[in-house]
Design a protein around this ligand. Structure first.
Ligand SMILES: NC(=O)c1ccc[n+]([C@@H]2O[C@H](COP(=O)([O-])OP(=O)(O)OC[C@H]3O[C@@H](n4cnc5c(N)ncnc54)[C@H](OP(=O)(O)O)[C@@H]3O)[C@@H](O)[C@H]2O)c1
Length: 272
């Protein structure tokens, strides 16, 4: 990315987080620019990151190699159509908008190389994970550029098929909320068992963090880690058996299936 120039269209939460990540990786302020209709947003982003900002999207993309579409899905059609007359064929378009397909973007933008990504909220802390899909027009160098861009806010994982982004949405896109739900439920159960809310919440949150770190750092999978902390006839086994008797795995499968289905349904509606 040493010579790559990047324009962000939309300078909201995700764009600011990506810009912060890129600056931390050593990109110069002159390599990054952003456009946004909000004067306050533009002032905040330029003050925070020292980059040039624009009210006009078409002006922002002049001379850049990569254009990051970081607007809400509902704004994508209008943004793409407004950029179309100013696009150069070699410019890579990276979209982080949930549910907007490459086919829809190609209709609105013309035949442009596109990488479609699904990041998640922890990207705001640079601890996210993103699924990435590239159309056949994307070159190897452009894939590397997209990889580096999303790696600035966490882990970036390539997908072979665009449709798999619905599964990514179900697992990691919506995933943080599942863990929040588990933390909530464990906190409430801890309170019922006699802890104060504050203590139960600290225990649940720190346990989630510690378990996630162990799963990420370990050479063995989560099932093996679970077996290692589950002594026969012990307390953990009693809890796991209760989860399983209540149909935990089937419930998770059903929940993620519902999220993937909704993701495909929304893509259908938003692409019109
Ligand atoms: N936040 C997440 O955790 C997350 C996770 C996965 C994917 N995403 C995707 O990332 C995208 C951005 O999300 P976000 O959370 O960063 O949203 P956000 O904070 O609302 O940022 C979007 C920015 O785009 C601006 N904008 C609106 N219309 C525009 C236009 N025509 N041209 C240029 N800029 C325009 C908005 O300005 P106004 O506010 O004035 O409209 C806003 O500042 C969304 O498509 C979302 O699906 C976000």
């Amino acid at each position: 990315m040493s010579n790559t120039r990047i324009a962000f269209i939309g300078a909201g939460n995700m764009a600011a987080s990506l810009i912060g990540g890129l600056r931390a990786k050593g990109l110069e302020t002159t390599q990054i620019r952003a456009s946004d209709p909000g004067a306050e947003t533009r002032t905040r982003v330029s003050a925070e990151h020292g980059i040039e900002t624009f009210a006009d999207n078409a002006e922002a993309i002049q001379g850049v190699d990569v254009i990051v579409l970081a607007v809400k899905p509902q704004a994508m059609k209008a943004v793409c159509e407004s950029l179309r007359p100013s696009l150069q064929p070699h410019q890579l378009v990276v979209s982080i908008a949930a549910g907007i397909t490459c086919a829809s973007m190609n209709t609105w933008l013309g035949a442009q190389p596109i990488v479609r990504c699904m990041p998640n909220t922890p990207a705001l802390l640079r601890k996210g994970v993103s699924g990435l899909y590239a159309t056949s027009e994307v070159t190897a160098e452009q894939r590397d550029q997209a990889q580096e861009l999303l790696s600035a806010v966490g882990l970036a994982v390539w997908l072979e098929q665009e449709q798999q982004l619905d599964a990514v949405t179900a697992v990691s896109g919506s995933g943080p909320a599942y863990f929040f739900l588990l933390i909530e439920a464990m906190t409430a159960a801890g309170v019922k068992l006699g802890l104060s809310h504050e203590v139960a919440e600290q225990l649940a949150e720190q346990t989630a963090l510690g378990a996630a770190n162990m799963a990420v750092d370990s050479d063995v999978d989560a099932a093996e880690l679970r077996r290692r902390v589950t002594s026969p006839g012990g307390t953990t086994q009693a809890a796991i058996e209760s989860f399983q008797a209540g149909g935990f795995e089937a419930l998770v499968e059903k929940a993620l299936g519902a999220a993937a289905h909704r993701s495909a349904e929304m893509a259908e509606q938003l692409g019109k």
